[in-house]
Design a protein around this ligand. Structure first.
Ligand SMILES: [Fe+2]
Ligand SMILES: [Fe+2]
Length: 471
């Protein structure tokens, strides 16, 4: 078991006190992080006491502490899951060899790149969500937003630790640049497209935490397989926190569906907009948008980079060790989608080349589970409407379907038809304006905005009407 130094300036379980140079370097980065948080973190209720979870350990039980904290005093720490004794590399050319505790020179730049791309998404989402506290539908929701935000901040810390500890000078430069790129900045944008889109309202926030944080889950789960053991242990612990982010999304969208169903029955109409709700058609369009933007994050169907990362042992598949194959994938083949001559077909490639597509498929299967739950709510309310994931070929900006005119059911249509129907498939300006009009902050304990049902229970056994944020 690793020892936790909880009272240090930077709480950690990596024996920071035993490495003065590293400690000094990270303590030098800390004020830059705080400055960034103050400038680009939450814009309202910045210093109010919030009932937050703070990581304090990595053990099976009791890894977190819940208490009211003012966010600038939040204890962002560095925590790696405990090492697995005698862990062996589970895939690629080095399969069966001992995992690495230091970065092999030949993989240094690839590993740094993987860590930087992952790390960049963490502060990006905080920036994207910074104005949402103004319009939180309840104190419970505001608390959840802040919880997600502080943990994304901690995930940045997790990646910055790896950069400082294992990548010397260029690692420190990369850590600084994490705070210099900003979401939506024209000169220095965040690295990945979806992280430069604004999160303008709470419906978008719930959809983002459901669909886009779930991409994060799949990326972290593949990095957890890494032969570079410190990266693996870091991601393992981050996944614990990530589960709550996806809960916020799944339960958030679920509560909107519930409220819409309630209003539909109460007013005996499918159009609940005059009654302060969000129509199911609009929810479907938000699903279409957030799902497809998130699909792009997995990259093109075939990728030499992904193949190289896998062969080198840097990034595995989701649940690599549970898979029943040779874990080298050079002689196994599969079909990937292929758009050619105006039609959607497939082509055969090695499993190794198709790793992005394989991870995307695992992700799609996982996404469907939430829709099944939301649809159950509709069935129980006696409403004949089914929320669906659109075809993976719809509205794509990356890979073989990039910029193609394909409808949400996966049919190729003309460019004109696509343009004419886009307002029925993706949130239109009218839809966004309606959602926006519902965004009014509610800051009385236990009260909810009218477009969303209350949660079924509170946080950490507290009641729903608990003062989650002291205002
Ligand atoms: Fe994260
Ligand atoms: Fe997250």
């Amino acid at each position: 078991m690793s020892l936790v130094d909880i009272d240090a300036k930077i709480p950690n379980n990596v024996a920071l006190a035993g490495d003065r140079r590293l400690q000094r370097a990270l303590e030098g980065w800390q004020p830059k992080f705080i400055r960034w948080w103050e400038e680009l973190g939450p814009s309202a209720f910045k210093t109010n006491p919030v009932f937050l979870r703070t990581a304090i350990d990595v053990g099976q039980e009791g890894w977190a502490n819940f208490d009211h904290v003012s966010m600038p005093d939040y204890r962002w720490g560095i925590f790696l899951a405990d090492p697995e004794p005698d862990r062996k590399i589970a895939f690629g050319d080095h399969k069966g060899e001992a995992v690495w505790q230091e970065v092999p020179g030949e993989y240094r730049s690839d590993l740094r790149r993987l860590i930087v791309v992952q790390g960049d998404t963490e502060p990006a989402s905080v920036e994207q969500q910074r104005h949402l506290s103004l319009t939180a539908p309840s104190l419970y929701d505001m608390r959840n937003l802040f919880q997600v935000n502080v943990e994304e901040g901690r995930h940045l810390w997790a990646m910055v630790y790896l950069l400082h500890r294992y990548f010397g000078r260029d690692g420190r430069d990369e850590a600084d640049e994490m705070l210099e790129r900003h979401s939506g900045d024209t000169d220095k944008p965040r690295i990945l497209g979806a992280f430069n889109e604004p999160t303008p309202d709470w419906l978008s926030f719930f959809m983002f935490t459901y669909f886009t944080d779930r991409d994060g889950k799949y990326q972290l789960a593949s990095l957890r397989e890494s032969a570079f053991d410190p990266l693996s242990r870091t991601c393992d612990f981050m996944l614990k926190e990530e589960a709550h982010h996806m809960f916020v999304g799944a339960s958030g969208v679920g509560r909107v569906v519930e409220r819409t169903a309630e209003l539909m029955r109460e007013h005996d109409t499918a159009d609940v907009h005059p009654h302060g709700g969000i129509n199911l058609e609009v929810l479907q369009k938000y699903v279409n948008f957030h799902f497809t933007v998130s699909l792009d994050l997995f990259g093109a169907e075939t990728s030499t980079n992904a193949a190289n990362y896998f062969a080198a042992g840097l990034k595995g598949r989701f649940q690599e060790e549970r898979r029943d194959d040779d874990h080298r994938l050079k002689d196994d083949y599969r079909l990937v989608p292929d758009f050619a001559d105006g039609t959607i077909g497939t082509r055969e490639v090695t499993q190794l080349a198709a790793l992005n597509e394989t991870l995307r498929e695992d992700y799609i299967e996982d996404c469907q589970k939430g829709l099944n739950r939301w649809n159950r709510t509709l069935v129980e309310a006696g409403i004949e409407f089914e929320l669906r994931l659109p075809a993976a070929s719809f509205n794509r900006q990356v890979g073989t379907f990039r910029g193609r005119s394909i409808d949400p059911w996966g049919r190729v249509v003309s460019e004109q038809e696509w343009q004419a129907n886009a307002p029925d498939w993706l949130p239109s300006s009218t839809d966004r304006a309606h959602v926006e009009s519902l965004m009014v902050g509610v800051s009385e304990p236990g009260k909810m905005a009218g477009w969303v049902a209350p949660p079924s229970r509170g946080i950490n056994q507290k009641p729903v009407d608990y003062e989650y944020v002291q205002v």
